[in-house]
Ligand binder design. Structure first.
Ligand SMILES: Cc1cc2nc3c(=O)[nH]c(=O)nc-3n(C[C@H](O)[C@H](O)[C@H](O)COP(=O)(O)OP(=O)(O)OC[C@H]3O[C@@H](n4cnc5c(N)ncnc54)[C@H](O)[C@@H]3O)c2cc1C
Length: 402
């Protein structure tokens, strides 16, 4: 009887994990039927989360069935709601609502993350987000609906709450998107609201002057240093008493790992990620490996941890896929390592700022930065062509990124 590898989640870690696992089997000469690899996710597509701040978010997905077929990976459309590491089973609710149990010999958990939504009054009801395709599409539909309403300050204003990477990218993209919908002469206003004193608290000093320059040129206002305490249909209020009148509020308050992480380990970091060492194996469930936003792991020898980011999820996914298959067939595992780190922050019509290293040495800005961002967003983070050779090569953990 064949042995079973299950991969839960078809994000960046899950898709490249499937390729990494299939590559190990190919290289070991495992014949069809020795080992089954099955990927489970709610839809047979890779949703390109890093592009959800752009217009037309419903187009930001790549089909997966031809690719999985090319490398011999099975696909199940459904959602995993329970994992029993003791019984080595997962409970899957399929698209048609049926619930069934599936056994595994090895599990790779890559169920990603979700926007953190704290219990701030009105947030769940009134705030939009760009966390996933469904949320980003709801924001787009709302903006289109607003375009039919009479011109007013509240209609023309968006409050973006959260000034990390996602908050900055959606805030700087909105002026162009709103002008396209409301007309070139509408007095559009974008206000970014942050609880800390700086824009992009985690960005460090190097990119910040460019973000400030972009805000200035795009007319984006910043209200900093006080948290939002309530959201309603008319806007947001901060703890310091500022009220921003806005018919659109976008919440960008950070991400938390999928709650499935807590079902495979008790060793979680404050973001809900499973703490693992470089083999990506869960210490308290040895048949389980994790990768992507559900994993907290060192990425280099200088003490940096992988971030909740697509660049880390893709590479970690390849290592996770390699190790889950290698462990099953008794081949050598690999230690995850990803010393190269780059950041490319989109700044709307101003351009983008691209930096390398954890101290973010600036390499490209303005239009040159934008060209790099477009290359990343339209090519580098998309799956390979659905032919076996290219797809298996893309699963090589030791091949360079980009
Ligand atoms: C607006 C925005 C901009 C971003 N910009 C950047 C950027 O510029 N650069 C960068 O590196 N990163 C960026 N990120 C972060 C990046 O998108 C994530 O870090 C990345 O998607 C993580 O990949 P992942 O595979 O771990 O998880 P995800 O991409 O979240 O994929 C998780 C997968 O698991 C599936 N899943 C979830 N729960 C279950 C379940 N119970 N059962 C079955 N399947 C399940 C999901 O449907 C999905 O297929 C951005 C994110 C957002 C929202």
């Amino acid at each position: 009887m064949s042995q079973k590898i299950l991969i839960v989640g078809a994000g960046f870690a899950g898709v490249w994990g499937a390729l990494g696992a299939a590559r190990v089997l190919e290289r070991a000469g495992a014949t069809a039927g020795d080992v089954d690899i099955t990927l489970i996710s709610p839809k047979p597509e890779l949703q390109i989360r890093p592009r959800m701040y752009e217009s037309e978010p419903h187009l930001m997905a790549a089909p997966l069935l031809p690719l999985l077929d090319a490398v011999g990976v099975n696909y199940v459309e459904g959602s995993v709601d329970q994992i029993s590491v003791h019984d080595k089973t997962v409970r899957v609710t399929t698209a048609s609502g049926e619930s069934n149990l599936r056994g595994y010999d090895r599990l790779l958990l890559t169920s990603g993350s979700k926007l953190n939504r704290p219990p701030i009054p009105g947030l769940a009801r009134y705030a939009f987000s760009v966390d996933c395709m469904e949320d980003a599409s709801a924001l787009e539909a709302h903006l289109k609906e607003l375009a039919k309403r009479p011109d007013s300050n509240a209609r023309n204003t968006v409050a973006v709450v959260g000034c990390g990477f996602t908050g900055i990218e959606i805030a700087t993209e909105l002026p162009k998107r709103m002008r396209a919908l409301f007309g070139p002469n509408a007095a559009i206003k974008v206000v970014i609201v942050g609880s800390q004193a700086d824009i992009g608290p985690d960005l460090g000093p190097n990119p910040r002057p460019f973000v400030a320059e972009a805000f200035e040129s795009l007319g984006i206002e910043a209200v900093l240093g006080s948290p939002v305490i309530s959201v309603d249909a008319d806007g947001v209020k901060t703890a310091s008493g500022v009220h921003i009148e806005a018919q659109t509020v976008v919440w960008a308050g950070g991400m938390r790992a999928s709650t499935l992480a807590a079902q495979v380990s008790s060793r979680l970091d404050p973001l809900g990620r499973v703490e693992v060492s470089s083999d990506l194996r869960v210490a308290d469930a040895l048949h389980v490996f994790v990768a992507g936003d559900v994993a907290r792991v060192r990425s280099d020898d200088e003490g940096h941890d992988a971030l909740m980011s697509c660049q880390h999820a893709m590479v970690m996914g390849k290592f996770g896929g390699h190790n889950v298959a290698a462990d099953l067939i008794g081949a050598p595992m690999l230690a995850y390592s990803q010393p190269f780190y780059a950041t490319c922050l989109d700044l709307g019509e101003w351009g983008a700022v691209y930096s390398e290293g954890w101290d973010r040495q600036i390499k490209l800005t303005h239009a040159e930065g934008k060209t790099r961002k477009q290359m990343i967003n339209t090519q580098w983070i998309y799956p390979p062509a659905p032919n076996r050779a290219d797809a298996l090569a893309a699963g090589d953990p030791l091949a360079s990124f980009g």
